[in-house]
Design a protein. Structure first.
Length: 277
């Protein structure tokens, strides 16, 4: 399993080395999905795949198509469980999750397959973003005041500068999604360590919580159709390269928690994971 974490982190680090931040990469309103099931990929996978429609070699073959000769696929990871002997309770079994991967190909890399979706020319990303915010059940209070966006766990309040102080409404909602992501960590919601325990600035729990919020905001922007509006500074990229190199499991762990945060805001209950078949 450690090899999968290593490979995923290596992929992310290569993106950072090129000056690109995967969790700030827009999908142009079309997040990556499986061509057969038409379900969006979840967890770390949206950050490993460009926007598009993907199939396994078998899915392409079963649909009467084929992968073009010489095409290189993309990695998709997923959790499975394995039954093992419980170390603390003799004679009992327990299920342990482990990370696996398989390879997918974008339909442009295949022959005999047609795309199933097109971008809606009448889509309104800002209206979609407003719907996401309005649909957040038992959400924190959002106040427009001050010149800095923030979330207070003690008061369960999000503070946002007035909309006119942003470059545009896309930047406003991208920032708001980040702060709402933090709010999902409140003890009455998902109770994440970085929020419940008031992690100090620069600490590992603080950094993990920031990564969770950034990835959650990216997921929500993808749902709304909003592209990244944040400039990636050299210092920002260097900081994440260092942290991810030191903890090979961090990016996968943060993506998993970000998916839970996104699901919480969107009201997604018992989502189905994308299957390999």
């Amino acid at each position: 399993m450690s090899k999968v974490y290593e490979y995923v982190t290596e992929r992310i680090l290569k993106e950072l080395e090129k000056g690109e931040v995967p969790w700030r990469k827009p999908w142009d309103g079309l997040p990556p999905m499986n061509w057969k099931s038409e379900k969006h990929y979840r967890g770390i996978n949206p950050f490993l795949l460009p926007g598009g429609e993907y199939v396994t070699f078998k899915q392409a073959k079963d649909a009467g198509g084929s992968v073009k000769k010489g095409e290189k696929g993309y990695m998709v990871v997923f959790y499975k469980t394995i039954e093992v002997n419980d170390r603390e309770r003799a004679g009992e079994k327990t299920n342990l999750p482990y990370l696996r991967y398989y390879t997918v190909f974008e339909v442009s890399q295949c022959e005999g397959l047609e795309r199933k979706r097109v971008k809606n020319p009448n889509a309104n990303p800002i209206a979609s973003a407003e719907e996401i915010v309005a649909g957040y059940k038992n959400a924190p209070v959002v106040l427009q005041e001050g010149d800095r966006a923030s979330y207070s766990p003690a008061k369960d309040i999000v503070k946002m500068p007035y909309t006119e102080t942003f470059e545009g409404m896309e930047e406003y909602y991208s920032t708001l999604f980040h702060e709402l992501a933090h709010s999902t960590g409140h003890e009455k919601r998902l109770a994440r360590k970085g929020i419940v325990e008031s992690a100090g600035f620069g600490s590992d729990p603080y950094a993990t919580e920031e990564l969770i919020a950034e990835m959650t905001a990216a997921m929500l922007c993808g749902v709304a159709g909003i592209g990244s509006t944040i400039e990636n500074s050299a210092a920002y990229i260097a900081g994440w390269r260092k942290r991810l190199s030191e903890d090979l499991r961090l990016i996968v762990k943060a993506a998993s928690m970000a998916q839970k945060a996104s699901d919480h805001i969107l009201g997604v209950v018992n989502p189905l994971e994308e299957a390999e078949s």
